[in-house]
Design a protein around this ligand. Structure first.
Ligand SMILES: [Zn+2]
Ligand SMILES: [Zn+2]
Length: 823
């Protein structure tokens, strides 16, 4: 039946445009398109000078303000909405709570391929397609693209009917005939898995017995063969495939020994695609400890009365197993979302989860290409939606149909908060909000929960479940401090290692174990200093020293990427006495090569893991025993399980707590406990050495005693005394401008306006520790407000002040970011 609208004048819609702008925009709809207007569909609209955007319908049947004029929409892209009602509610909540525009959220929330603009560039994807599906304009676009390798949408629009181009492109994108060109992202390659097969000639028991007798004098080779026979189910005839990594994990032999057996023709290597449905081993049988059983029951009981449960489980307590079991038990019609920190999203974790669950999970994060993310988004909207989704921060924006369980692993991790650019949302809080709307249960897990979350269990907002023992009767690591003062005084330091540290590394390697060395600074050295005149290299765009990167032979800015070639002489006085001060992971690696020339050393930091597979390759190689020592930044603390690590060495603990931040103490404790947790998995107790100039610092005692509650209580006293969160709420305003003068007066203006409503609660303006980044001068203002103050009233007052700032003639080019709950 055709619904007819009574002509009561024109029909208007309000749309969200993918630009960092506040508010939504009104357009008029031609009569023939009125029926197609449904929130969540995209339409092509003109905006600004000759530009077209795929905008989202947010509200239909909108009214017009008196005297307001509108433009008409050009075209409707979608037949069905691509944004659900619930997604809009989440965006609206984020927009209100984090004080940012819906367009800004749209930019973050949707894959790039879903928000085309005139400046997007498209390329042809050579792929056969059913031509019946294509319209005339599709053909025109395809023939245009076959002439040029890549073309911007704007250029295509010049020669064709404007609005129709984007609708057509959207269809071609979904069919996979064209792609949005991406410069930075690499395509995800299919993963492969290596299996080991026993050569057919050992099929008879006799041949096998001969083989074993031959290997008696090569015990390590014999061990691999024995382990292989166990894993393959040879003795009970169950015959399973044996993955190479698994075989190496259960035996103490090195990859080299396995290779010898392959060369001898005992084993054969077989490489297979890690495909979607096969090889999901069902290892659910891995039994739970009594403690884990208790914890599972306790979590389920607490969910009866509380939506959110915080699982405080020490490192190595087997939280992943608990998550998997809860998901299995919960497995009904709804969906499960598992959030993990971006860097922890490795093939190993996914594989392990899939094995535990005996089913496939959908993985979603921003390192996937636009095309892949578009495909996943559409799959979520289809009738065959994935049931278990594992992802980083941005997964919270997916179109869920019915969520009934949300698990947030490593809930203390700061990467859940988007801090580089607006929207400054926190995925942990956003997921919790979403769960409440769906009536879903939430589990937060961490060995070192945030003070904030733990406090919420004390005030009865969250339920608390504690798990204080490691899985498999593994003991907590033995932690001790190494006094750098005496080592320096006695001139006993070897490079940046205290004598005790060097000795312990030797012992650990001798015992056949591996070592992890932690330093929270990448590069070679943070300073290059002229000893003759005191000159040091500084960034031209930022107020920071350039970090010396020896491998690249460059001095590099970690804030803006500016770099210069390493000078041979001081540019100021021509002296050759250029010395480095301080040290980063690259220098540690260098020094280790001198101290232990016989050891194999790997490094894991931003510089060595930029390429897509690099991170996983390092993790895989280290866990297979291909390296003796792994040097890394805090990347190595994120949920990685290595089974043979006997020693963790922290190079310079003092740098962790010497920070101008009220969370410095909490953060230092979390980092130290997490990094210590990498030591001692199977078999015996691991050791942790913390090099410090202050061995009697209170954090050291708390970390040594694995005393989380001690840290919590101490911090809570501090926070209460100085009115910091969780006893107050913080909002940070960061102003920036190319001219220091403007940012100074603008920040004084804003602070004055804010004081009209908030008085003493306004702190600043002040210069941040790094007062200039990317050639923009920075000033910040903090607002510290009581938790019981009306949020909507506060927001209104803030917007009033911001409006005055933005409307002020002098400050038009001053940028102001509002960061609610900054981390
Ligand atoms: Zn000099
Ligand atoms: Zn810079």
């Amino acid at each position: 039946m055709r619904i007819t609208f009574v002509a009561m004048g024109a029909f208007y819609i309000r749309v969200i445009i993918p630009l960092s702008l506040r508010g939504t925009f009104t357009y008029s709809v031609p009569d023939e398109l009125i029926e197609e207007m449904i929130p969540g569909k995209r339409v092509v609209v003109p905006f600004g000078a000759k530009r077209y955007y795929s905008a989202l319908i947010h509200e239909v049947n909108a009214s017009l303000r008196q005297g307001q004029t509108t433009k008409e929409i050009e075209y409707v892209i979608d037949n069905e909405p691509i944004i659900t009602e619930m997604q809009f509610r989440l965006w609206e909540w984020i927009s209100e709570y984090y004080m940012c525009g819906l367009g800004t959220i749209m930019l973050s929330a949707m894959p790039g391929a879903m928000r085309l603009t005139s400046s997007s560039t498209v390329v042809l994807n050579p792929k056969s397609v059913d031509t019946d599906l294509l319209s005339e304009i599709d053909f025109d676009i395809l023939s245009r693209l076959s002439l040029d390798e890549s073309t911007s949408i704007q250029d295509i629009e010049k020669t064709m009917s404007k609005g129709k181009v984007q609708r057509s492109l959207d269809r071609l994108l979904k069919l996979g005939v064209v792609e949005i060109q991406e410069s930075m992202e690499e395509e995800a390659k299919p993963k492969t898995i290596v299996f080991i097969d026993l050569n057919d000639r050992y099929n008879s028991e006799e041949a096998l017995r001969d083989l074993m007798e031959n290997l008696v004098r090569a015990p390590k080779q014999l061990e691999i063969v024995m382990r292989y026979l166990e894993l393959s189910g040879y003795f009970d005839r169950s015959l399973q495939q044996v993955a190479r990594t698994k075989l190496l994990n259960v035996s103490s032999a090195s990859p080299a020994i396995l290779n010898t057996l392959i060369e001898k023709g005992v084993f054969e290597k077989r490489v297979e695609m890690d495909s979607f449905d096969t090889n999901v081993e069902d290892v659910k049988a891995s039994k739970f400890s009594e403690e884990q059983d208790r914890v599972l029951t306790e979590i389920e009981n607490k969910w009866l009365s509380k939506m959110t449960v915080l699982l405080h489980g020490v490192t190595g307590s087997g939280k992943t197993n608990i998550y998997a079991e809860l998901i299995s038990r919960n497995n009904n019609s709804g969906q499960t979302l598992i959030l993990v920190p971006e860097i922890a999203l490795t093939a190993q974790l996914v594989k392990r989860m899939e094995n535990l669950l005996g089913q496939k999970i959908m993985v979603y994060h921003s390192r996937f290409s636009n095309k892949e993310r578009l495909t996943m988004w559409l799959q979520m909207l289809s009738d065959n939606e994935p049931k278990i989704i594992l992802g980083a921060r941005s997964a919270v924006f997916l179109p869920f149909k019915k969520l009934d369980l949300v698990i947030i692993d490593e809930e203390h991790d700061a990467s859940y908060k988007q801090h580089e650019s607006s929207p400054f949302y926190n995925a942990k809080d956003s997921a919790t909000w979403l769960a409440a709307k769906f009536g879903a249960k939430v589990l937060l897990g961490s060995a070192t929960p945030t003070v904030q979350s733990y406090y919420l269990t004390k005030t009865d907002k969250y339920a608390l479940v504690e798990l204080n023992v490691r899985f498999g009767e593994i003991k907590m690591p033995l932690i001790s401090a190494v006094d750098l003062r005496s080592a320096h005084k006695d001139k006993k330091m070897q490079a940046d290692f205290a004598p005790e540290s060097v000795l312990k590394i030797k012992e650990t390697i001798k015992a056949g174990k591996q070592v992890i060395i932690f330093q929270n600074r990448r590069g070679y050295a943070p300073f290059q200093l002229c000893e003759a005149c005191g000159w040091s290299a500084e960034c031209v765009n930022c107020d920071v020293n350039l970090t010396f990167h020896k491998y690249f032979e460059k001095l590099l800015c970690h804030y803006c990427g500016y770099s210069i070639k390493q000078p041979e002489k001081c540019p100021n006085c021509n002296s050759a006495k250029l010395k480095v001060r301080g040290y980063g992971t690259e220098k540690i690696e260098d020094d280790l090569e001198v101290l232990f020339p016989e050891l194999r050393i790997a490094r894991m930091d931003l510089d060595t893991t930029r390429k897509k597979k690099a991170l996983e390759n390092i993790i895989q190689a280290f866990s297979e025993g291909a390296y003796d020592i792994l040097v890394g930044t805090q990347m190595i603390t994120k949920g990685l399980d290595f089974e043979k690590v006997g020693l963790v060495l922290v190079m310079n603990a003092d740098s962790l707590w010497n920070r101008p931040d009220f969370r410095a103490f909490e953060r230092a404790f979390q980092l130290l406990v997490q990094v210590a947790g990498r030591a001692g998995r199977k078999n015996d107790r691991g050791s942790v050495l913390i090099q410090t100039f202050k061995p009697d610092h209170p954090i050291i005692a708390l970390v040594k005693g694995h005393n989380y509650t001690g840290m919590f209580e101490e911090q809570l006293l501090d926070r209460r005394a100085f009115d910091y969160p969780p006893f107050s709420k913080l909002i940070k305003f960061q102003l920036s401008h190319k001219d220091a003068k403007f940012v100074k007066s603008a920040s004084q203006f804003l602070a004055k306006e804010l004081r009209q409503s908030f008085g003493e609660r306004v702190l600043g303006p002040e210069e941040p520790p790094i007062a200039r980044v990317r050639n923009r001068y920075l000033r910040q203002i903090y607002l510290k407000i009581e938790t019981n103050l009306s949020a909507s009233k506060s927001r209104n007052s803030i917007w009033q002040a911001i409006d005055l700032l933005e409307g002020h003639e002098d400050f038009r080019k001053v940028r102001c970011n509002i960061d609610v709950d900054p981390l």
